[in-house]
Design a protein around this ligand. Sequence first.
Ligand code: PEP
Length: 240
Amino acid sequence: MYFIGNWKMFGGLNSLNSLHRVIKFYKGFKRNRLVKIIYCPPSTLIRPMSKKLKNSRIEVGAQNCHENENYGAFTGSINSKMLKDVGAKHVIIGHSENRQRGESNKKINNKIRSALKSGLKVVFCIGETSQEKRKKKTYQVLSNQIKTGLDKVKNTRNIIIAYEPVWSIGTGLIPKSNELIKIIHFIKKKYKNLKVLYGGSVNPKNIRELKSINNIDGFLIGGASQDAKKFIDIIKKTYN
Ligand code: PEP
């Protein structure tokens, strides 16, 4: 099971102090062979976090990248090659907070292909808005996002899908279990070998309900991942 922490635009160097607790927990956790932890901090923390997590088996990822795999005159941007250079092994692409700021499926596709070329693993986020859900367009939206996002991607071995309904991110709302089972099944039917995570308001309270969904391969965790105790609690409760 994957437990991926998305710190969003939170945290400075002093936030890294909380990692000691997670490293210690993970080392002593009996089922740790079943657990893959990946932290995606802001880009400014990738390097120091990678150093802190050295020898811990906890990996580091970025939260986005530029679509151009070469260096170039793109002020303020960072590409996948640069992320890899400072220690990232993964990158989140297609997060709804970036889609909402105008990132298109086509652009996401370019980013995914560029990240894979640079040797990063991709956490590809998809999800419908509340309006799309109300209009019963969820499956159509997800299909389009996946189809265009993975266009010309021949090998999906280094891609994990994170299904994150937009209406669930940061709201405390989660989908009904039967809906989630169906959606994950739908994604896996389209792409047989893909791992599918769920993301959206995962916390120590709702994890018991979410963990009972047996086709989920893990969780993308935003707010709760910034609190080491909550993050550890989520992992512990997934296994008992
Ligand atoms: C996210 O931003 O990917 C996310 C799942 O956020 P939260 O857990 O805070 O809803």
